[in-house]
Design a protein around this ligand. Structure first.
Ligand SMILES: [Zn+2]
Length: 237
């Protein structure tokens, strides 16, 4: 029996309890703050897995001090990740204008860094998809984009796909996600667990593959194969 390799395009291995590496599942581990970036690099090197580093919007709001931002950027630059992420805007957790200003500042810095390093970006957008896409339009951003845990509309997903970029599907069902899966070509889809925050284990990414297979009326292996291929081309490993 031929074993298919799946790729979980977004999870946080350093936070997963009792993670056991497997040859059938490649995990792409993502940092979301300076301290998790440090843990992520250490673990990714040890496990020899692809990884991304970034400062996420939800980690810079409130009383978080940004005075070390340039050092955090320096750390990412030095450690050469496969992608910059997760980064973006989050209007769910932002409580005031001050928070949004901090998120925007950090997002801009992260996009600058991606452009400088010519790396793809992994985007976290909560209630902020349209502003994130506007940012890309205004900057003429040309590097590959992965919309992690995509929660925007079908028309926003189409814009991303038409640019040749990626929508990442978690193993959670919703009416909107179903329409997105239906309308977006398999060539523009990735799968993720976002473990341990959305589901507990990276292995549960299989449920995202099954979800796509069911909606698109394809078999599991076809979806597994294409999303794996997509992940390889996006993260370059
Ligand atoms: Zn995540």
């Amino acid at each position: 029996m031929v074993m298919l390799t799946l790729v979980d395009s977004h999870c946080h291995i350093f936070d997963v309890k009792g993670y056991v590496p497997s040859e059938e599942l490649v995990v792409v581990s993502s940092g979301y703050s300076h301290s998790t970036n440090v843990k992520n690099v250490e673990l990714a090197r040890r496990l020899d897995i692809p990884f991304s580093l970034g400062i996420a919007p939800q980690s810079v709001i409130g009383d978080h001090d940004l005075s070390a931002l340039d050092e955090w950027v320096g750390f990412i630059r030095k450690n050469r990740p496969n992608a910059i992420g997760e980064i973006g805007l989050d209007y769910h957790w932002a409580k005031c204008d001050e928070d949004i200003k901090k998120e925007e500042l950090v997002f801009r810095k992260m996009l600058d860094l991606a452009e400088e390093m010519k790396l793809p970006v992994v985007i976290h957008g909560r209630k902020a998809t349209s502003d994130i896409l506007d940012t890309f339009r205004m900057r003429n951003f040309e590097l590959p984009i992965m919309m992690h845990f995509f929660a925007g509309s079908v028309s926003e997903a189409k814009w991303v796909a038409e640019k040749g970029d990626f929508i990442s599907i978690p193993p959670l069902h919703s009416k909107e996600r179903r329409s997105v899966i239906k309308e977006i070509p398999l060539e523009n889809l990735l799968v993720e667990s976002d473990a341990p925050y959305v589901v507990r284990k990276p292995e549960q990414v299989k449920d995202a593959v099954s979800y796509i297979a069911e909606v698109k009326e394809l078999d599991f292996d076809t979806v597994a194969e294409q999303t794996t291929k997509n992940a390889h081309s996006f993260f370059k490993f």
